[in-house]
Design a protein around this ligand. Structure first.
Ligand code: HAM
Length: 468
């Protein structure tokens, strides 16, 4: 048997519905914030990532999937989305339309040759967004708040965003020197990787998984203490905008991020999932004011964020968040004879074109087994065809929940389902029909999922329908 490559996943069944649902929430939120969808290639020139992410980063030195194609081109499967977006921004001269900032979002597969474990895959999916062409700290605050809003809309709890500032080039340089000075006498006490990082990329020593909790690193100089006045003011402004936008944050001076392109704001979104420490950073981002220029474009300040979809799914499952995912079908059509089957073929087409979710029998099951199949598919209604009814222009319909049966005139069948199924639309998962809907306060005692104060607009996960 051929099995899937290490660190990849097959997503199907209910999981696939969850993935799709997350994508829909992301689409809805991004639309509200006026971000356009962007698709860039899954593979790019290897050089893009070396110059973009940084030659000394773990991602580029150890984790990329590099290959040479039949035309001898050096290519790399993208390990993240930012470098490709920046390349596209420059190549398509998006900066030239006078319409800055350009705000884009993506949702796609990335590849990193990592050691697979819970929440860490070799083929991963990220949704992310980038703002290109503004240095305003308000855009930093907006990016952070979008990330938090998406998680909130999904129903996740115990989420914290930790922020830090690396400052501008001048501040970063000063800090780098101070850090090397501080770490050098402790070199022998560091892990082998950090000994190497100390020379090439000393900031990375700070978030080393091995040395991270040691006293040496706890007492290391902090980036914030090396910010020049401009960078300090920027960081203060960011914090004040976050306060105004009611985004709670923690300042964590240890956050430096693993990619070289960052300056000023860096942040990580963490979720408290006991026993799943590797999956707790569900998203991260920061400002990268030098990257567009580094890759050959005009000086363009940018900020962005990305989140691992797989980690979000893990968190949703771990926190047992109820999602408004449709897990049933509207109608299952049953038949026995060939004539009935032909009518089933016609009827399912008509009903589907009218907007109902319909399935039927394809494997020659007995009527008894068809009832079981309808149960497995969680069908709300059954249509049980028989030749005699059909000759009289009728069909037999059964409501699975109430067990009520009706003979319906074929001409009125669509109206019948329109009325019946519209009335039951609220009953997606938890069956709560308290009357709460958007903009109103929910006062229901049911174990529903909408939160007390549903005021988030169309895309919230509140799915209650006003009680008739
Ligand atoms: P990153 O921190 O490398 O940043 O990745 C962002 C998120 O992707 C992580 O917080 C995590 O949720 C998820 N992730 C990363 N690696 C894996 C993996 N091997 N398996 C599963 N999930 C993973 C970036 O990628 C930057 N491009 C973010 C950014 C956008 N900065 C500015 N704009």
């Amino acid at each position: 048997m051929i099995t899937k490559p290490k660190g990849t996943n097959d997503i199907y069944g209910r999981d696939a519905k969850i993935w799709k649902y997350i994508g829909e929430i992301v689409d809805g939120v991004m639309e509200k914030y006026n971000y356009g969808y962007i698709r860039t290639p899954l593979f790019e020139s290897t050089e893009l990532f070396h110059r973009g992410i940084g030659d000394t980063t773990d991602i580029v030195t150890k984790e990329t999937y590099d290959f040479v194609d039949r035309g001898d081109r050096k290519l790399t499967l993208r390990p993240e989305g930012t470098a490709g977006v920046v390349r596209s921004f420059i190549e398509n001269k998006m900066y030239g339309n006078g319409d800055l900032p350009v705000k884009v979002y993506y949702n796609g597969t990335m590849y990193r040759y990592e050691r697979p474990q819970l929440g860490r895959d070799r083929e991963l999916t990220q949704f992310g967004f980038e703002v290109l062409g503004t240095d305003d700290p308000l855009s930093d605050a907006e990016v952070i708040s979008i990330a938090m809003n998406i998680y909130k809309m999904l129903g996740l709890e115990d989420i914290t965003v930790e922020i830090n500032s690396l400052g501008d080039d001048e501040s970063r340089k000063k800090y780098r020197e101070a850090l090397i000075e501080y770490l050098k006498p402790h070199k022998d006490e560091l892990c082998d990787d950090c000994k190497e990082r100390l020379e090439k990329n000393p900031l990375r020593v700070l978030d080393c998984k091995v040395d991270g909790e040691s006293d040496i690193l706890k007492n290391a100089p902090k980036t914030i203490d090396y910010l020049n006045d401009d960078s300090k003011e920027r960081f203060e402004k960011l914090k004040s905008y976050l306060d105004i936008m009611k985004v709670n944050y923690i300042v964590n001076p240890k956050i430096v991020r693993g990619l070289d392109y960052y300056n000023h704001t860096v942040f990580e979104v963490k979720i408290d999932l006991p026993g799943m420490s590797n999956a707790q950073t569900i998203g991260a981002g920061g400002r990268y004011n030098g990257l567009v220029k580094e890759l050959g474009g005009p000086d363009t300040p940018c900020i962005g964020f990305a989140s691992g979809l797989g980690r979000v799914v893990l968190a949703l499952k771990e926190q047992e968040v109820k999602l408004p995912i449709k897990e049933d079908i509207d109608i299952f059509i049953m038949y026995v004879s060939e004539d009935e089957k032909k009518y089933a073929a016609y009827l399912q087409q008509e009903l589907r074109m009218s907007g109902f979710v319909v399935d039927t029998e394809y494997t020659g099951r007995s009527l008894k087994s068809q009832f079981k199949q309808a149960e497995r598919l969680n069908s709300r209604y059954l249509i049980i065809l028989n030749d005699e009814d059909l000759n009289n222009g009728l069909v037999q319909v059964k409501n699975v929940k109430t067990k009520e049966e009706d003979k319906i005139d074929l001409e009125y069948l669509i109206y019948y389902f329109d009325e019946k199924l519209a009335d039951e639309d609220y009953d997606i998962e938890d069956g709560c029909n308290c009357g709460c809907h958007h903009g109103e306060e929910c006062t229901c005692d049911d174990d529903c999922n909408c939160g007390d104060d549903c005021d988030c607009g169309d895309n919230c996960k509140c799915h209650h329908k006003e009680e008739k």
